[in-house]
Design a protein around this ligand. Structure first.
Ligand code: 3PG
Length: 203
């Protein structure tokens, strides 16, 4: 999948699609080659489209809630789809398009539903509020074949702990690319925070 080998999935909330490319270049400069552009802002779709052909960068879409959203983001060039929750019709539509899909789960019931859909990589959201690594370890007991993408409350101080777990394939978060940093056009800070995250985890 296009998230194979990724350790960080930045969550980008962007208000100006014209800033998508410098943001992605800053992430790349920091050693991070992907991002989830959320549909929380009207600029989200255009930002995805702006990154579809960026060399070495896998652009994905986040806050994808409906099959129509899946159609729109795939049309714009998204290579993976992330949702805050688990919706079977979103999973089905992503599969129809042949793009990777990582829905969110927050309970054992939802993990069980996702496993029955054939999924083995799931976003845990909101990870911090759900108990963080303790929740992941508990869920891994009955679901040893699942690996998680914790999102929500992941920070520069706890990312490495999450990533040390064999039940975590990558972490997701906005700390290295906050809406405020983007609005301030502080691309140097985005690159620096990205590099710090990558360096803390090792190759
Ligand atoms: C989100 O919903 O914005 C993501 O889960 C990222 O959360 P964060 O801002 O706590 O990193």
């Amino acid at each position: 999948m296009s998230l194979d080998g990724r350790r960080f999935v930045p969550v980008v909330v962007i208000d100006d699609a014209g800033l998508a490319e410098p943001v992605a270049e800053a992430l790349l400069a920091g050693g991070i080659g992907c991002a989830e552009i959320t549909l929380r802002t009207p600029a989200g779709i255009d930002a995805i489209a702006a990154l579809r052909d960026l060399d070495g960068f896998a652009v994905g879409a986040g806050t994808v809630l409906t099959p129509d959203d899946v159609d729109r983001v795939v049309d714009a060039g998204a290579r993976f789809v992330v949702s805050p929750g688990l919706a079977e019709d979103v999973v089905d539509r992503a599969r129809t398009h042949g793009v990777d899909v990582v829905p969110g789960v927050a309970t054992a019931t939802e993990v069980q539903r996702a496993v029955r859909l054939g999924l083995d990589r799931l976003k845990l959201f909101p990870a911090g509020q759900l108990g963080g690594l303790g929740m992941i370890t508990a869920l891994a007991g009955p679901f040893p074949g699942v690996r998680f993408l914790p999102s929500g409350g992941v920070t520069e101080t706890n990312a490495a702990d999450y990533l040390a777990s064999k039940h975590v394939f990558a972490v997701s978060g906005s700390w290295m690319v906050t809406r405020e940093l983007i609005a301030a056009r502080d691309f140097a800070a985005i690159a620096r925070l990205s590099r710090a995250a990558v360096d803390a985890v090792g190759p």
